[in-house]
Design a protein around this ligand. Structure first.
Ligand SMILES: [Fe+2]
Length: 96
């Protein structure tokens, strides 16, 4: 259990919880650019204002609208409801 170790005991003594808001990790690569490792957070998710690891930035909070079953933006036929997110990432050109 995540709270069993020394970090869990420390957070407990500080009156903090172990939870993170809903988020999605990603790693982006493009020729001629620095690799970007980041995550985006689900708007209206619990714990956005108290992330256990202090990773939330307003610029990383994104809406994830829910869609009914049907044709997804990539053309796939979705048999269950699904979510999408739109976010513009900016990669930094490599130094050389
Ligand atoms: Fe995570």
């Amino acid at each position: 259990m995540p709270g069993d170790g020394p970090v869990g005991r420390m957070l407990d003594k500080m009156g903090r919880h172990l939870n993170r808001p809903g988020h999605m990790h990603m790693m982006l690569n493009a020729p001629g650019h620095e690799r970007l490792v980041t995550h985006i957070f689900v708007k209206d998710s619990p714990y956005l204002d108290s992330d256990a690891v202090f990773g939330v930035r307003n610029s990383l909070i994104v809406e994830f609208p829910k869609h009914p079953p049907g044709k997804a933006p990539d053309g796939r036929e979705m048999k269950k409801p699904y979510y999408t997110a739109k976010y513009d990432f900016r990669l930094v050109p490599s130094a050389r």
